[in-house]
Structure formats: C-alpha cells, structure tokens
Design a protein around this ligand. Structure first.
Ligand code: B12
Ligand code: SF4
Length: 482
C-alpha cells in the first residue's frame, strides 16, 4: 500500500508571519523514523513536511492527487491536534477510501476518545510507530496489529500494546531526505542561519515529573543507541547536509546523566568541527561534565527549571531543588556555555506572589534565554489527572483540550493553551499577563540588555538580533496581547 505521512501545518496567520523571521525550529524526527522504516521495507512512501514548509491544505491536496496514497498518517502533538483533525476531515471529504491514521504523543494517550469523537479517523497508532505503521502498510489484518486502536463493526477496539523498541541501532536513520533540511536554520542569534539538524540518541525517561507526557510514547525505560551508531548518523549529517550545529533532542536526563557514555560521546566527536546543544537536568550539571561538554563543542544547554518556588517544584516531583538549579546556571556561566531556562507557570498552587518570585529567580540565574510557558495538562500525565480530580479543569474543557484552536506553538501563541485551566488563585488571563511580564522583565532589563550587547561581536550579529527582536515585539503587539 502507498503511504503518505504528513507533519501538521500551522493554522494561524500570526505564526506564519513570525515564522518568516524566525525559521522553523527542529524537524519532526518521529514521523521521519516511521518513513525510514517503510522505505527500507520497500513500501512506497512520501513524507510531506507541511509544518516545516508552511504548507496549506491546497498544497497537501495536490500532493495527495499526485501520489494517490492508500494510507495517510498524520503526526499529532497537543498543540497541533485541532489542525491535524481538521486536516484529516478535509482529506476524508475528498477521498473517502483513504485510511486515515493518527500517531504521536497526544493521541497515544487518548486513542479510544480520539476515535469516538472523530469519526473520520480510522486508526490511531499508540506509542512508537515504526513497526506498527509497517504492518498497517503491509495490509496485515487489523486485529493482529499490536499498538493500534481502530473501528470494527461499529465498535472501537484497542489491541494489546506494542512492546518498546529495544535495539535502537537496528532502526534506519530518520528519512531526512523528505525534509528541506536547508530550511531548518538555527534561530538563536549566536548560531543564526547555521545549517543544523537534530538527532535522538536515546528513548525513554525514568523520571516521573507530573506534567510531562514523554512517557506516553517512549515509556519510562531508558533505551540507548550505541555511540558508533550515533557517530555514523552525525558523520552523515556533516557530509550530506553540511550541518554545522546539532541539537540533541533526547529527553533531558539521559544525555548528561550517564557520564561514562557522555565521555565516550565527547571523545568520539572531538575534531569533527561542529557545535551542538542538548537538554539537561540541573542535578546532572557539574564541573566535570561541563568541561567535557565545552571542550567537545557543546554551546548551549536547555534546563527545565519549571519554578523558582521550592514548594511548587516539589509538587511537580521533578526531584530537582532551587539550589541545584542556581548551581547549574552558575557553572554554565563559569564554563561559558549558553543556557536556556525553561519555566512553567500555572501549577495548582500558583499565586501571583509565586510567579513574581519565579520571575526574580529567573533574573538572578543569569541565563542566556528564558522561556516561560503556561502549564498544558496533557492527557496521560498526572497533572491532567490531578487537575481533573480537583475540578480545576472546567467540564467543557475536555473539548478545548482536545481541540486547541491555534495549531501553533504554545510558547508564542497563548491562545493555543486551553483557556479552561482554572486555578484557585489565578484566572487564566492573569496567568497570561504574568507570563508576558516574565518575558518582559527577563529580557528588557538593564543587566540583560548590557550582557547581550556585550556578546554582539560583529555587524552580522547586530543585524540578526535586531531583526529577531523586531519580529518578536511585533508579534507580541499584534497577536500576543489579545
Ligand atoms: C524535539 C521535540 C520538539 C521539536 C520537534 C517536534 C517533534 N514533534 O518532533 C520542536 C521544538 C519543534 C517541538 C515543539 C513542540 N513540542 Co516537543 N518535543 C520534542 C521531544 C523532546 C523529542 C521529539 C522526538 O523526536 N522524539 C523521538 C521520536 C522517535 O518520538 P516521537 O516524536 O514521539 O515519534 C514516535 C511516535 O510518537 C510515533 N509517531 C509520531 N508521529 C507519528 C505519525 C504517524 C502517522 C504514526 C503512525 C506514528 C507517529 O512514531 C514515532 C517513532 O516511534 C519530545 C519529547 C519526547 N521524548 O518525545 C517533545 C514533545 C513531543 N513535545 C511536546 C510539546 C508539548 C511541544 C510543543 C507544543 C511545545 C510548545 N509549547 O511549543 C511544540 C509543538 C509543535 C508542534 N507543532 O507539534 C510534548 C508533547 C505532549 C503532547 N501530549 O502533545 C512532548 C512529548 C514533550 C513533553 N514534555 O511532554 N518539540
Ligand atoms: S520533564 Fe524531563 S526529566 Fe521529567 S519526566 Fe519529562 S523528560 Fe523526564
């Protein structure tokens, strides 16, 4: 059977405009892994990167008419869900015979509900999709395919789970040949315009942060690729795509916590001449691994700080303290590694005072960038279950949670977060205002501006940073302040 895979396009004009100034961030590797396995097994497959290429339905329709697939698979994260569903409906309207398959973290957590609510979707793939999609494409009987939910005789059936993929080295590299890799450029100004790519070196995270949905696909068991296998992919990226910056997209803890593996990795890439970044937990940062990272070309680390309030941090059960966070940023500054401090506002116990405390905390860290998001209670997470149980999600919010309207990044488009998150001490609009205040206070203060200016070493950097700044300010004024 012929398979067309699609990454979900943006919906709102606002994001498309912003996207012209700030290029697409990271390509979707999950669906590209699915495409790679199908390709290897001889299934006729195409992957249309509607997200990265900013495509609309008309472009997608043309691709369908040209390729005439039997199955269309669409990837689904929470923020893109509404758009994926709408796209699926439009496809079904013009081609009833095509089997529509949804996959990805969001639908993996709610497969039955997805099929119940959305009659034009035929199959939901639960969890890792490579082998499940292959069996669908090989036309195996549905009842025999592990890891799917599907319709049969007016009923919705959920098959037994598909076991996790343990031998990650046995997978082909993601089918980046379907992406216009040149369109993916590093947005941060230090590496702005640098051809870049992302890789995943492991799957699964053993931690149990209550807000995190990673486990809905990857589970809680760490599975590692071998270093030689990773190096082979990196060499290919350097040669074929002339990549100069690599983002390691693994879940935070795995990459920096296993020091022996990290050291093997750092030794293996020395001299290859590319720069890279990764995510890390604050409790995994120490002088020893920062030295290794810096010497091996690591230039930026993303740290999930979540909150500057010890009680809130504890409530998320992240297992990281404010002291460890402060220490991590102090050390990253000492070793000259750029940092992104990621925060999440809107814990059940959040008050105006706790957010203001978090803002002060963020400013003290001396991070290179700060990103504050508002909690999105993803189905499948403890946060979702807790908020539901405590009636902090309005009853009608179920719809909104399943159909967030913007289809864009929650980070920059506040309307894509459910407006039904209903905390005892803060209204949703108050949270939005505090989120804006956090960004404003972090970036528009003398200390930050001075330290940023001192890092602008050439005219190119000034131009790039200026354009980026104008783009963001315009965006916030036109769309962010509704
Ligand atoms: C890199 C990354 C990004 C990148 C790339 C996006 C991407 N989807 O790959 C960028 C920076 C763009 C990004 C953005 C966002 N992300 Co993100 N991201 C990740 C991260 C860290 C790794 C993704 C990855 O490559 N995983 C490895 C691959 C192998 O797994 P996978 O992508 O899940 O794909 C497998 C299955 O899901 C399935 N599958 C996926 N698509 C399809 C399609 C079909 C048809 C089939 C059959 C199967 C299938 O098969 C794949 C192979 O096994 C994950 C965390 C994680 N561990 O997954 C979060 C994660 C996916 N992101 C998340 C979120 C929330 C976002 C944002 C909304 C953040 C924001 N506030 O802006 C945006 C949404 C963007 C969008 N339009 O969808 C959540 C999703 C939660 C949810 N329930 O939806 C995750 C799980 C993190 C978390 N803390 O919970 N993200
Ligand atoms: S937030 Fe990070 S450390 Fe916590 S469970 Fe998710 S991936 Fe693991």
């Amino acid at each position: 059977m012929k398979v067309l895979l699609i990454t979900t396009p943006y919906k709102s004009k606002a994001y498309r405009v912003l996207n012209k100034r700030i290029p697409a961030t990271l390509p979707f590797l999950g669906i590209a892994y699915v495409a790679a396995v199908l390709e290897r097994e001889g299934i006729p497959v195409r992957l249309l990167d509607a997200w990265g290429r900013n495509l609309g339905f008309e472009d997608i329709r043309k691709e369908i008419a040209a390729f005439r697939p039997d199955i269309i698979g669409i990837t689904c994260t929470a923020s893109a869900f509404g758009v994926s569903v709408e796209l699926a409906r439009k496809i079904k309207d013009c081609a009833k015979d095509i089997t529509i398959v949804l996959g990805g973290p969001y639908v993996s957590a709610i497969p039955e509900e997805t099929l119940r609510e959305i009659p034009w979707v035929d199959v939901v793939v639960i969890g890792e999709g490579e082998h499940t999609m292959l069996e669908l494409a090989q036309a195996n009987p549905l009842h025999a395919i592990k890891g799917i939910a599907y319709r049969s005789g007016g009923r919705i059936l959920v098959n037994e789970p598909r076991p996790l993929i343990y031998n990650l080295d046995a997978l082909p590299f993601p089918a980046r040949n379907f992406y216009r890799m040149a369109d993916y450029r590093r947005p941060f100004y230090e590496f702005h315009g640098t051809p870049f790519a992302s890789i995943v070196t492991s799957r699964g995270c053993p931690f149990k942060c209550r807000f995190c949905a990673s486990h809905t696909v990857a589970g809680r068991e760490i599975r590692l690729r071998s270093i030689p296998n990773i190096i082979k992919e990196i060499d290919m990226l350097l040669e074929r795509y002339k990549v100069r910056f690599i983002s390691i997209a693994d879940d935070a803890p795995v990459f920096t916590m296993d020091e022996a593996r990290l050291s093997e990795f750092c030794r293996a890439i020395k001299g290859k001449g590319f720069l890279w970044g990764a995510k890390a937990r604050a409790d995994s940062i120490n002088e020893n691994n920062l030295r290794m990272l810096r010497d091996a070309g690591c230039r930026i680390l993303e740290i999930g700080c979540e909150s500057g309030n010890p009680g809130i941090l504890e409530g998320w059960e992240k297992g990281v303290s404010v002291t460890q966070i402060k220490n991590a940023f102090r050390l990253m500054n000492k070793f000259g590694i750029n940092s992104v401090a990621m925060f999440m506002l809107g814990a059940p116990a959040e008050t105006k005072e706790t957010v203001l405390g978090t803002i002060r905390f963020a400013k003290e860290l001396g991070a290179t960038y700060c990103i504050a998001r508002i909690l999105y209670p993803y189905p499948g997470t403890e946060a979702y279950a807790d908020l539901k149980a405590q009636k902090m999600l309005h009853s009608k919010s179920w719809d909104e949670i399943r159909y967030p309207q913007s289809g864009d990044s929650i980070l920059v488009h506040p309307n894509s977060t459910t407006s039904e998150l209903c905390l005892p001490n803060l209204t949703f609009n108050q949270l939005l205002r505090l989120q804006r205040r956090m960004h404003r206070d972090f970036y528009l203060n003398k200390r930050y501006i001075f330290s940023t200016l001192s890092r602008l070493k050439d005219w190119h950097a000034v131009k790039v940073y200026g354009r980026l700044l104008i783009g963001v300010v315009r965006f916030w004024f036109r769309w962010g302040l509704q």
